[in-house]
Design a protein around this ligand. Structure first.
Ligand code: FE2
Length: 269
């Protein structure tokens, strides 16, 4: 991949986002401002994921070409969010489509990556397809799971940034699609905490409130792959920021202790 390829991809993505924002602005209805907020949220997220991916790749992956591939994969990881929201008005995959798969379809339909050699194209598409899978599927992307791991970490880091900022603002300012329409109550679902403590997937049907959502986001720390990601996590104090909004129970304290030990181990490694 060349520098001009990444420049071309950034321009394509900017125009792509612009087309959805224009469409939302033209739509005659009360929801258009909300739609713009939701699209803008994803555009900003994408820019940050690209930066995080570059930071991680720069530390853990030698070579200019690898750095460019990691950035392109970061840039396109959520491209499926735009057609997903346009059609279904939600970012909840369970209620609509798998946005990783839709992202691959979007890139292929628009012939965005045709300027890349086939192996690099396959790498980027593999990252887009599996960036949102609960676990990295065994046997997939065998040649270079490293790009997938980089983007998954980069993505999580910016999702934590986004939500800690959002939870700091009045609920009326939260983009409607961000909390998946869940009620912001004082409690959490004990089953959700149990699954998180066991590092098991939480079925969508069990997620009932914003605090459940926070627990799931905290559990993503178990999946971080690189020391740089743990450093960025600590720099921003995300564990503390998320935990602050949760009820002070023994179970929550146990989760916090598990996470803090894991972070310490990884920072020392
Ligand atoms: Fe995503």
């Amino acid at each position: 991949m060349k520098h001009e390829d990444l420049t071309y991809f950034k321009k394509w993505f900017k125009d792509f986002c612009g087309s959805y924002l224009t469409r939302a602005a033209k739509a005659a209805g009360a929801g258009d401002a909300e739609d713009r907020k939701n699209y803008s949220m994803k555009e900003e997220h994408t820019g940050n994921v690209l930066i995080n991916a570059a930071l991680i790749a720069g530390k853990h992956l030698p070579g200019e070409n690898n750095l460019l591939i990691a950035q392109a994969a970061g840039l396109f990881h959520d491209v499926g969010r735009f057609p997903q929201y346009a059609k279904y008005k939600t970012f909840r995959d369970a209620d609509s489509v798998n946005h990783g798969v839709l992202g691959v379809e979007t890139l292929v339909e628009n012939s965005v990556l045709t300027r890349l050699p086939e192996d690099e194209r396959a790498l980027v598409l593999g990252v887009v397809k599996y960036h949102n899978a609960f676990k990295i599927p065994a046997g997939e992307n065998r040649t270079a799971p490293v790009f997938l791991k980089i983007v998954r970490d980069a993505d999580k880091l910016d999702i934590w940034r986004f939500f800690t900022e959002m939870f700091d603002a009045p609920p009326a300012d939260w983009p409607s699609a961000a909390t998946l329409g869940l009620p912001d109550t004082d409690s959490y679902t004990p089953d959700v905490l149990s699954l998180v403590l066991e590092k098991r997937p939480v079925p969508h049907a069990k997620v009932r409130c914003v605090n459940d959502f926070k627990l799931i986001q905290l559990s993503w720390i178990f999946d971080l792959n690189f020391k740089t990601s743990f450093e960025l996590l600590m720099e921003k104090n995300f564990v503390k920021l998320f935990s602050a909004g949760l009820p002070r129970t023994d179970g929550i304290a146990r989760l916090e202790n598990m996470l803090i030990s894991l972070i310490e181990e990884n920072l020392e490694s």
